[in-house]
Design a protein around this ligand. Sequence first.
Ligand code: PMV
Length: 325
Amino acid sequence: MKSTAIANSNIALIKYWGKINEKLRLPANSSISMNLDSLWTTTTVEFSKDLKKDRIIINGIDNGDEANRVSKHIDLIRKLAGVTTKARVATKNNFPESVGIASSASGFAALTLAATAAAQIKIAKKELSILARLGSGSASRSIPSGFVEWKKGDSHQNSFAISLFEPNHWKIADIVAIVSDKPKNVGSTAGQKIAKASPFFKIRLKNIDKKINQIKKYIKQKNFARFGELIEAESMELHAIMMTSTPPLIYWHPETLKLMACVKSWRSEGLPIYFTIDAGPNLHLIVEDKNIPALLAKLKNICEVKKTIVNHPGGGARLIDRHLF
Ligand code: PMV
């Protein structure tokens, strides 16, 4: 059977950084995210007796660098479903690889849903999130819809993500401002391994549950100012941990700092916007819908911003009928 799934990417508002179990991708802390409706991956999977080995095409490239990681993920699903045949997989992002936006969250969420459906196993959302987590931690959060919490749990079976609020709960947007499209030197898997070396990591973990409770409250109340202050401070803390790891990890570029300064100055002029930054140089600018035009107008004049992508809260991973092959 051939199955195709779509999954949106997500932006972490309270970040996942550091694991207590590398193999199972059990995180050191819970995290909160929002799905991004303009950024998604489409994946088609078909198991076939005619194949001697998996055939994996990612963004048009046959058996590229990531093919092995995809095959390994499919092995887990084969084991679960009792399937022994090889798979044909095609996967495509609707955003160019080169814009420097991570695709592992949407990628492994779409792959998990498409592969389990192709293997004809019916599993609950919770199990899908657990499986997606094994491919990439943040992928667990792209299975449920809207505003999401990944509860860290302490075992394989209880570390999964759930939806807190549906996408229409709050009219806010994440405008991704691309300042660099160069691939990063250190990926998030490698970066997370050295997080514990930071002297601030322990302090972060001590305060994280309080932050999780606060952000949930602010999202529920739609308190944009408190929400924005918290996500911006959280993102600075994440990068402080990265910069004080051994060896230090610096994802920011000069353009990142320039835009951070712009955000601060636009805010002081009365435009309520806040930023968050993942493991890369690009900023995610969080803004209420009513202020999108004003922010886009400002960004147009900043030559460091190469491209902007406007996202609203997105839905969860879903099956579709349009196959890629
Ligand atoms: O899921 P990974 O291994 O790509 O790690 C994601 C790490 C951050 O994007 C920096 C934070 C997060 O929670 O998504």
